[in-house]
Design a protein around this ligand. Sequence first.
Ligand SMILES: [Zn+2]
Length: 694
Amino acid sequence: MDDIIRVMLRIMLHILFTFTLISAPVAAGAQGLINQELFSRIVPEEHLLEGKAILTLVDQRADWPAEFRLAAQADIDAVTVDDKPVPFTFTNGRLQISMKSGANTLTIVYRIRFDDPVAQDHVGIEDPSLGVTATIMPQGTFLSAASAWHPLPVDANSRFRVTITGPTGLHGITSGRLVSLETSAAGSETIWQTQRPQSALALAAGYYQIERDRLGETQLLAFFSAGNATLASGYLQSSREYLQLYQELFGPYPYDKFAVVENFYPTGYGFPGWTLLGSSVIRLPFIRTTSLPHEIAHTWWGNAVEIDYSSGNWGEGLATYVADYYLKELHAPAEALEYRRKILRDYAALIDVGDDLPLSAFRSRMSKRDQAVGYGKAAMVFHMLRNLIDDEAFWAGLKAAARDGIGRRYAWSDLQRHFEATSDMDLETFFRQWTLQAGAPQLQLTDVTVMSVDDGWQVSGTILQDAPFYDLAVPLQLETATRNYNQSIGLTEHQNCFLFTIAERPLSLSVDPKNDLFRKLYPEEVPATVNDLRASRMPLVVVARGSEALLDSSEDLLRGLQWQQAPVMNEDDYLAQRPTDKDLLVLGWPKSPELRLNLPDGFTVAGQQVTIGGKLYSEADDVLFFVLPGQEENRVTGYFLPGSLAAARDTARRISHYGRYSTLAFHKGHNQVKTTWDPVGSPLKKLFTKDAVP
Ligand SMILES: [Zn+2]
């Protein structure tokens, strides 16, 4: 992986991991199903969509909707009913047409300009949509379902036949089966037909090369730009593999096609039957095995089975669990354990008690904090559920949810119902504590004693938690020289005790050694990382004496950390006031001993030179960044140590993409070192020294 890719990797991890677009809610059965025939001409140079929608009722006895939503900036050229013009009103994106019963066909002709700006510089933008709802440009077109680029009948779903036309070579993609795709000197035309009722469609368009394959009756399609066309067959191959895997786990794939479509700016969207990935995203080698399966999982979870957002978005946690997490478990169990630890560390680093939210309040990711809960915690909830009810009941529950939930809006409670049915267990307490309550339990291990008994040893102790009490099955592991003894003890209130009787001398005792529980980690279990700076509520920038010029060159660093508003002090003022309750970011090499960089063993600091792993970093092109524990518990201090102002400017924007790391070294803007401190230890692990064991 070259360095550009490596940097892109960080940028993408920041931007990506997708969310599914929320369309307008539809009350089931309020109105009849509508057939919409859409003709959409895209005029890229003018940012223009010329549209014609021909609507008919599937059941002619049903009522017409009284109102449609359409982009507020639309110009409506004509509204006709059975070819006769009818009066209408159109204000604030609400189109009201008085429809007589018995009317057969409603036709709406309109033009809409879409020109949301697409930022070139994504530093510091947490919103994965990059703030773009809809845009038509020569470089490409993206129209979200929420933009209302076609008429959205209020309280009714539609089946769509969509004809997208544009300049020669421009093809548009939306949901549904590809009916035809033609190109001539006069222009290009693409036609799609959907089967499943939907409330709204998203659309992308661009100058693509098209590659096709199939899996049974399912069309597999790739729409890639010429520059990325060689990647298409690999994406189709992976799509086929993941669709096969997920069909085994969840049941039949719910759509006619799956298309991987390139976008001209960095998105990672999952729509019914297709995914839209940015050009720079598609080129990253790991996307095929991370984002792609995540988006394919969303075709079931979030698209076919819709999400009842009013009681919390469970779709991100489930897609994360069955894709990002579960694929690691299948192929590399050690990475799966590390993934669970990362979730817990992110939660510990990014969430303060004051800004935690229950899963029932998570809607979509607008910040790293939302992600730690809505993706991370929720994935751990599915993990704990699977451990509680066992594999068979877990996958059977998902299969039942996919079968019964298609076209329905599901809440956490609907998933609970399916898992209760397949496990024959009452899961009320489980779902209540994990989805309605914010926070996480913190466990304590006390009164651990080792006694010598007739034919061996007894190890006993107590597990404690503070209110609010969680109902937990706490895994314990007792290690001896030859084997591990495992047991799980139930903890429902303040405390419970445990007892191991073993024939061998015990060496250590660990609570939750494999991080199978979602719990609050102790500071000793969480190394100081860039994410701690990013999550800081009490930031303070300290400019080292002699490094005043560095402040300007650090602007992108502060933006990336969301520290634009942080107060700034020079080193002498800091020493005079000594605020201790702050997370510090020290710019440049401090002169005073109080702020000196104290690195653990393995690093050598001499003057303004640091040796890491035998390599000396001292040149003008080098940049070092460290995050260390701060003066008070739960506080951290970061050090930004560039060899020159030019190097600082080159590197500043990259640092926030390395959120999980404690030590970073860059040379000419390219990352050379990224490491995380080892956890110091855990109060939940007890080592038995020779003296402690009778
Ligand atoms: Zn997602």
